[in-house]
Ligand binder design. Structure first.
Ligand SMILES: *Cc1c(COP(=O)(O)O)cnc(C)c1O
Length: 497
């Protein structure tokens, strides 16, 4: 299987080459040239397997230039060895009416670990396979969770450096603490004065700056990304849709072939897009339900076909979804139409901040997706309701999805089993979660709040968060969007310790 750009550049790449490149030369995203199909036997065969075994089978459908042994090695290093605090890696907690797919048992307590533990393995294997001699510098713009998860995944990996930019305001106290204490001899962390889109646009600009990239090449450095635009970020996420389905089969909640719904708390459209790939491969998914917060640009798009980022930007209690440009939507559009149209729309988005997809494309999209959003109050109410009715503590992002799933069921009367994709441990967003539960949090230290939340939660404080109490600060760089390129160059030229 080969990979091509969403914007029409004809160059066909292997998965390994696409993962090294990150972004296509024409600014597009890499997509597979065909969507592999699996049989019901393939799905039935996932029953009773470990997450690692399921991952090997699903990844094998897309990474056709990797050997089975290479994939197995990557998967073991990513998900084995006790890095996840659940043996099931992505356990499904089942209630009478819904199930919660918990994607936050990895080292940083959020779902980005699912992809960012595997991506460095796929990338370092790709460097070996292609004989790449340059050092690879990973640039990441993060709204909070990606940064730490990428730092953890890439730290001390040979032939790779990583630099993470986060918005100075707009990440939680714990998220900031996680990043500024990051250890590793190949890591840099900087705060950008602005919001997530400023950081992300800054990074995109650096990727697209030919002169800058040539200057880096003189230093034997080439850029790559760990943002969810990298195919190596996206492909690991397809696995857990299959795994959830297999767990429902294992539990006798489904007959093989029965359809399920997934509700996904959405920001950059990576997580839910992986669900689209799973459905396209033949996983029996009825609807993919896209849940947004008050930055509901995707809700509007999926309902009307108009994508318009010219709107007020809200800071919410779900910072990982505070996004107005959902990069991965470009991949969906490509699969629904063609590169000419996608290229045009993306130019309009860059120039005017707006584009409108045509009715034919929207018919196809609306057949697959349903969309709604929840504001902060509805989110907090949902945390409280679910705690009191189920003794299950949700993080804020998961609560957005939970509320939207309820809205969907009420409005459509659809009775397919519902899986809610749970993207963060409540401990990671403890302040907002406690406030939702009616606990006074004003002026309290983030770690006192962890202890407080432990009184409500049946699951323990994750080790990665607990240990931050005493971790020393290692990073203090702050810069404007205009200075980002300069900081990247300084780091690229810096010798490893
Ligand atoms: C990144 C993130 C999301 C959004 O996922 P996308 O793939 O960007 O749509 C939701 N919740 C949490 C906790 C996240 O970290």
């Amino acid at each position: 299987m080969k990979y091509i750009s969403t914007r029409g550049n004809e160059q066909r790449m292997t998965a390994a080459e696409a993962i090294i490149a990150g972004l296509a030369d024409d600014g597009g995203l890499f997509v597979p040239t065909e969507l592999p199909q699996v049989s019901m036997d393939f799905i039935a065969g996932l029953q009773g397997l470990s997450y690692e075994e399921r991952a090997q089978r699903v990844l094998g459908c897309f990474l056709t230039d990797y050997s089975a042994d290479e994939i197995q090695g990557c998967v073991q290093r990513a998900y084995g060895g006790g890095k996840f605090d659940s043996a099931k890696v992505a356990p499904l907690t089942m209630f009478d009416d819904v199930s919660s797919l918990e994607l936050w048992h990895g080292p940083t307590s959020a779902f980005k670990d699912m992809a960012l533990q595997l991506l460095p393995q796929l990338l370092s294997t790709a460097l070996k396979k292609t004989g790449e001699k340059n050092e690879v510098l990973i640039l990441v713009a993060t709204s909070g969770d990606t940064g730490k998860a990428a730092l953890e995944g890439f730290k001390d990996v040979e032939q790779i450096k990583i630099m993470v930019f986060y918005p100075e305001t707009g990440v939680s106290r714990i998220q900031r603490q996680q990043m500024v204490t990051q250890a590793g001899d190949n890591v840099a962390v900087a705060a950008v004065q602005g919001n997530f889109d400023d950081a992300q646009n800054g990074v995109k600009k650096i990727f697209n700056d030919t002169a800058f990239n040539e200057a880096l090449a003189k230093n034997q450095v080439r850029l790559s990304s760990a943002n969810s635009i990298n195919w190596g970020r996206l492909v690991p996420q397809i696995v857990y849709y299959f795994s959830a389905y297999a767990d429902l089969l294992d539990a006798g909640r489904l007959q093989l072939g029965d359809e399920v719904n997934f509700t996904v708390p959405t920001g950059n459209f990576g997580d839910i897009l992986a669900g689209f790939y799973a459905k396209s491969m033949g996983l029996p998914v009825h609807k993919l339900i896209c849940a947004s917060n008050s930055n509901n640009v995707l809700t509007d798009f999926l309902r009307t076909g108009v994508y318009d980022r010219n709107r007020e930007f809200f800071k919410t209690i779900t910072p990982s979804m505070d996004i107005l440009i959902s990069s991965n939507l470009e991949r969906l559009l490509y699969h629904m139409t063609n590169a000419d149209k996608v290229g045009g729309w993306m130019r309009q988005l860059a120039d005017a901040g707006r584009y409108e997809a045509d009715a034919g494309v929207m018919d196809r999209i609306q057949n697959l997706f349903w969309a709604d959003w929840a504001d902060d109050k509805a989110t907090a109410d949902t945390i409280k309701d679910v705690y009191f009715s189920k003794h299950y503590v949700l993080d804020t992002h998961t609560a957005v999805a939970w509320r939207v799933a309820q809205n969907y069921q009420k409005q459509t009367q659809d009775t397919c089993p519902m899986v809610i994709v749970s993207t963060a441990s409540p401990y990671k967003f403890n302040e907002s979660v406690l406030a939702a539960l009616g606990v006074h949090t004003e002026g309290q230290d983030a770690f006192a709040l962890l202890d407080k939340l432990a009184e409500y939660n049946t699951s323990k404080i994750p080790q990665g968060l607990d240990s931050l109490r005493t971790a020393p600060r290692r990073h203090s760089l702050v810069c404007t969007r205009e200075k980002m390129a300069e900081k990247v160059m300084e780091f690229a030229q810096k010798k490893r310790n």
